[in-house]
Design a protein around this ligand. Structure first.
Ligand SMILES: [Zn+2]
Length: 673
């Protein structure tokens, strides 16, 4: 009998037949699919016919169909509905997958065919998208080291495997330091803390088998403690411990690991012919060069710093009123900011919540996409991986476009956070594929018979993930490798962050933010408060983020620093870091940059995308309506439908007529002069 994961799926729109798949099917299907993919790749590499786009690049695009099916199902359930068996499978699969992709990149015959095509590219009569896919394939192999030979190839292998070890060690040290520290709180120390912080401190104490409440270094506990505790001495103690993660001396100290990592990254870049790691890393990004990243960050830095200094002066006054004759310190910031927030925008979460019903917010996200792009949604009854999941068929003018799955509620088997993934990506060649897209969130599930209510942040998350889903569902390219969200890292958050803006459109809130019991629309005064609170304390948030992004960039520009802590201090000194603010992530616990390669010299990406989303939404405002049909059409034509089939800069410029400036971002963050 055929494994249900590898069988032909005769379900509606070929959605995986979740009701027929059991955990025992994964391992055998995975091994069979890996072997089949490798055999396909070898057949392409060993084809006696001369290389052509069709028999090499397009054949590679079409290879591994079984593997795609197995992994799409497996990673859906491993992330959103895990159990012991699935965790064990994940540990087994990830080294096998890494070895599989290394084997493909190391296939010399395959690389020779790709290189041959690359060298003859102008004579091949390729379409623009074919040329792009050839370029990306060739570049991917070169960047993986496929062109290196002899001692250099050997050294590259050593460098990469040492970097992987260092990344894991960095993460584990950080976890150890975070787990090792806690601060017991006596009953009197709880005074002034709101109920939810007291509860969190109690349950943290229980988890650590302590007699009473404790503060730990978990972000979800220490941040509210710093926000609400009136005890300056305790705030200082907790803050210092938090800031010292990875920097406590002994076996878990990450400073040496950071230095070695930076040196090896530089060596890796040099082996591949780049001057430094930032140039290697940014080559595939929209920003392109370290200089452009630096320029953006510094344009934002100055106004953010000025705002933060103004806020600091006001808070120092509040410190005086509390009878404290000291400069404002990092452990004071959140506490006094919270007091200011209360005074300036007294926004009561409890008053807001009944207006943000999950059902109405889903409807709002769908309706905005109907008004912008003409999408229609029809509930679809199919077996999925968990009873909380719901599916819709998405169509336009009667034509099927995609399947959208929403998996909104938190549960113990789901990892934290929110994400969008494609169970199947759009493609036309070598085979027609329509997308199946999942949005996974962690909203609290209501008790039976009650409507699910969201916080404003939750509602924004829902719109954000739906923006990623639109990028997948509206994709209209030839090849799967460049469809949907297969774009540069500093471009991928544009559609999602952009879509958040529609939640803030007053007419959308007016129509869809209705009271769960009375059905009345949200009062205008409350709506205004919600929108005004969005820019509060942005000086601080921007400063702590941009400082981290600049340090990350300077670490990877030029020769690697022998002493990263000294380099960090130099950068902060040079930009005039305000005394009462620290980096969002200081080097010894900067996991984005040192736990792996993902965000190294890439921490700026969030802001790069934000510059574009603010500027892109301004295009609608300039046209006079958030639903201006012409602007929506351009957004779909030049950005949402194109995936990575063209350079990001070309796409953005086609949409907007120019590259974005930082003005709209500064305005959105309340930092404009
Ligand atoms: Zn996102």
């Amino acid at each position: 009998m055929t494994n249900p994961l590898l069988a032909d799926w005769d379900t509606p729109f070929r959605i995986a037949p979740f009701d027929r798949i059991s955990d025992a099917d994964f391992a055998p299907a995975f091994d069979e699919a890996l072997a089949a993919h490798l055999a396909e790749i070898e057949a392409i590499a060993d084809n006696p016919a001369p290389a052509s786009f069709a028999n090499t690049i397009e054949a590679m695009e079409g290879a591994g169909e079984g593997l795609d099916k197995v992994l799409s199902v497996f990673f859906s359930v491993a992330g959103a509905d895990s159990n012991d068996a699935r965790q064990a499978l994940q540990r087994e699969f990830s080294p096998k997958l890494a070895a599989h992709s290394s084997a493909i990149y190391a296939n010399a015959a395959l690389f020779a065919r790709i290189t041959d095509l690359w060298e003859r590219r102008d004579a091949l009569g390729l379409s623009e998208e074919e040329a792009r896919v050839l370029y990306l394939t060739h570049r991917g192999f070169v960047r993986a080291g496929a062109a290196l030979t002899g001692a250099e190839a050997d050294r590259m292998k050593e460098v990469k495997s040492r970097l992987a070890v260092l990344g894991t060690q960095f993460t584990q040290n950080l976890l150890k330091d975070e787990a090792a520290w806690f601060m017991p709180l006596a009953e009197a120390d709880l005074e002034g803390l709101p109920g939810f912080v007291v509860d969190a401190a109690r349950s943290a104490g229980e988890a650590l088998e302590q007699p009473g409440s404790v503060v730990t270094l978990s972000r979800s506990l220490i941040v509210p403690f710093l926000q609400f505790s009136p005890r300056r001495d305790l705030r200082e103690k907790a803050f210092r411990a938090w800031a010292a993660r990875g920097e406590n001396g002994g076996e878990t100290d990450n400073r040496g690991i950071a230095a070695e990592t930076l040196a090896l990254r530089e060596e890796r870049a040099r082996l591949l012919g780049y001057e430094d790691f930032a140039q290697f890393k940014l080559e595939t990004e929209m920003a392109g060069t370290p200089g452009r990243v630096r320029e953006l960050l510094m344009q934002v830095w100055e106004p953010a710093r000025a705002q933060a200094l103004r806020d600091a002066a006001e808070m120092e006054e509040m410190l005086r009123e509390d009878g404290i004759n000291d400069a404002l310190q990092p452990w004071d910031w959140r506490y006094y900011a919270e007091k200011r927030r209360k005074a300036l925008h007294d926004l009561d979460e409890a008053e807001l919540k009944p207006y943000l019903q999950l059902e109405r917010m889903i409807e709002a996200a769908f309706t905005c996409s109907s008004r912008l792009f003409g999408l229609e949604f029809k509930p679809l009854d199919v077996p999925l991986y968990h009873p909380d999941c719901r599916a819709w068929e998405v169509s336009r003018n009667g034509e099927h476009l995609a399947v959208f799955i929403g998996d909104y509620f938190a549960r113990a088997s789901k990892r934290s956070g929110a994400w969008c993934s494609a169970m199947r990506s759009q493609a036309k060649r070598p085979k027609l594929e329509t997308p199946i897209v999942v949005n996974v969130c962690n909203f609290s599930k209501p008790s039976k018979g009650k409507p699910a209510l969201l916080s404003y942040d939750d509602a924004r998350t829902l719109f954000h993930e739906f923006g990623h889903a639109l990028h997948q569902m509206l994709s209209d390219v030839e090849f799967g490798s460049v469809s949907g969200t297969s774009v540069a890292r500093d471009f991928v958050e544009l559609p999602s962050q952009l879509y958040e803006h529609w939640l803030e459109v007053p007419s959308v809130l007016e129509e869809f933010a209705t009271h769960a019991e009375t059905g009345a629309p949200m009062p205008k005064a409350l709506r205004d408060k919600v929108l005004a609170a969005a820019t509060f304390d942005m000086g601080f948030q921007t400063v702590e983020y941009v400082a981290s992004a600049l340090v990350d960039l300077e670490f990877h520009s030029g020769p690697a620093p022998a002493d990263p802590m000294r380099k960090q201090a130099e950068v902060l000194e040079r930009i005039g870091m305000p005394q009462a603010i620290t980096m969002r992530h200081a080097t010894p616990h900067f996991a984005h940059v040192f736990s792996g390669d993902g965000y190294s010299s890439g921490y700026y990406s969030y802001m790069w995308s934000e510059v574009m989303d603010a500027d892109a939404f301004a295009a609608f405002e300039e046209a006079g309506s958030a639903f201006d049909p012409k602007t929506a059409e351009k957004l779909e034509e030049f950005i949402l439908s194109k995936g990575g089939s063209r350079e990001a800069e070309e796409l953005y410029t086609s949409f907007r007529g120019r590259m974005p400036g930082v003005e709209a971002l500064l305005k959105g963050r309340g930092l404009a002069a």
